[in-house]
Design a protein around this ligand. Structure first.
Ligand code: NDP
Length: 401
């Protein structure tokens, strides 16, 4: 019987608490806290209606470490699941250390004024979590998260050695709007406008944003253009799977999305540095976020599927082999179950699973951990049982590009 405090009442937080409420044998008491209490209350009402479970809610600004410590002391959870924004990661880790509870998140810390997508700040907490006898689990969403577990599973069960790895992220969903992002617009646009970077023969190879594309036929979605990008799990994959010679990340984007993005970037609307407007500083990207639809509002209008997986080529019993591990998730089914579209679903379910494994002691340790360091088997088993079933395909040949 375990108590959990979830911070962040967006789409991902909503999915995670719905799924936690569906496993009362693991999550006996759930508290959801966010800056806006009304969002927590709306999610709590949906959880009650869909599962019959009552969850507690609280207003919290998690940038305020003292306030988070006070809430942890009042709620007395075994762990905090951080599903707020990457800007809050360090403040919430500080609060967990002070209050003596374990920590989990789905995205690495980001300073507000620079798009970095790197683990350095959070890896620097290693000694402090170890000394406190606490565990912090980083990047427990889909990508990062499940994609790293797929890789570790391939290394453990399917291949003797992995030579090349490609992560393919396709959102084949259509919300009918000319331009919207399917998770937090500020984080999404920082990510896609950053230079591309992949790992090859012991070094990072950089290129301009969204300059390299490939057509790929995604199962149950169809042919889509996917673009080479940097994504944060590349850093932990390189660290914990040092033998892999080349690691790349690809994401699909539709032409309408790219057309809008190009114009917005050209006119400066995706800038994250402050500009003066009518006598005060504003950050253009934050202003743009205020104009765009809330990702959580897209659930009811999104049709289609996501298809995210990893393709690994390597050696098995002395013979070259290529395996493709993937999950396909239906937007409408995700919405029917939790009131959220598949991008929130594919992130919130792994966060719930990671929390369940930590609370049950199947995943345990002292210090700061990435997903690649933990046994993939219980996680892969729970993906199948909690709404994100996966499949393994043997491909006849490595990717031709
Ligand atoms: P949303 O923007 O929908 O929700 C974020 C929530 O965080 C909001 O409810 C917001 O609160 C809350 N929040 C923001 N600042 C604070 C603060 N200072 N204190 C307390 N709460 C705060 O984002 P998503 O749900 O789409 O994403 C959540 C996280 O998941 C992000 O970090 C995102 O990067 C990550 N993610 C990871 C993925 C993966 O595969 N690994 C994929 C998709 C997302 P309020 O509205 O109350 O102000």
């Amino acid at each position: 019987m375990s108590r959990v405090l979830v911070i962040g009442a967006g789409g991902v937080g909503s999915v995670a608490v719905h799924k936690m409420a569906m496993s009362p044998e693991v999550f006996s008491h759930i508290t959801l806290a966010s800056r806006t209490l009304a969002k927590c209350e709306a999610i709590a009402a949906s959880v009650k209606q869909r599962t019959g479970v009552t969850i507690d809610v609280a207003a919290l600004d998690a940038d305020d470490v003292a306030a988070t410590i006070a809430l942890i002391s009042a709620v007395k959870p075994q762990m905090v699941v951080n599903l707020a924004l990457p800007y809050q990661d360090l403040a919430i880790m500080d609060a967990c250390l002070a209050a003596g509870v374990n920590y989990l998140d789905t995205a690495n810390y980001e300073p507000r004024d620079q798009a970095k997508f790197e683990y350095s700040w959070q890896w620097a907490y290693q000694a402090r979590f170890k000394a406190a006898g606490l565990m912090a689990l980083l990047g427990c969403g889909f990508d990062p998260g499940v994609t790293s577990v797929f890789t570790t599973y391939a290394a453990k069960h399917l291949l003797d050695r992995i030579d090349t790895l490609d992560i393919l992220d396709c959102n084949g969903g259509d919300h009918g709007l000319p331009f919207a992002t399917n998770f937090n617009p500020e984080i999404n646009l920082r990510e896609v406008t950053a230079p591309s970077r992949h790992w090859e023969n012991g070094a990072w190879v950089e290129g301009p944003a969204l300059a390299q594309k490939q057509l790929f036929d995604f199962d149950q979605v169809g042919p889509r253009n996917m673009y080479l990008m940097y994504h944060e799990e590349l850093e932990s994959l390189v660290k914990f799977h040092p033998d892999i010679q080349r690691i790349r990340f690809w994401m699909t984007f539709g032409d309408s999305y790219l057309k809008h993005l190009e114009v917005l970037t050209n006119i400066g609307m995706t800038r994250i540095d402050p500009v003066m407007f009518e006598g005060r500083e504003i950050i253009p990207l934050q202003f743009l976020k205020a104009l765009l639809p809330e990702p959580s509002s897209l659930g009811s209008v999104t049709r289609g599927k996501t298809n995210i997986g990893t393709i690994a080529t390597g050696q098995k019993d002395g013979v070259q082999k290529t395996v493709y591990i993937l999950n396909i998730c239906d937007h409408e089914a995700a919405y029917a179950e939790t009131g959220n579209q598949a991008v929130s679903y594919t992130t919130g379910v792994p966060a719930m699973i990671g929390a369940a494994l930590m609370l049950s002691g199947q995943w345990k340790g002292q210090g700061v951990f990435n997903m690649e360091q933990l046994d993939p088997d219980p996680f892969m088993d729970m993906l199948n049982r909690h709404g994100l079933p996966w499949q393994v395909k043997d491909l006849p040949a490595p990717l031709a590009f």
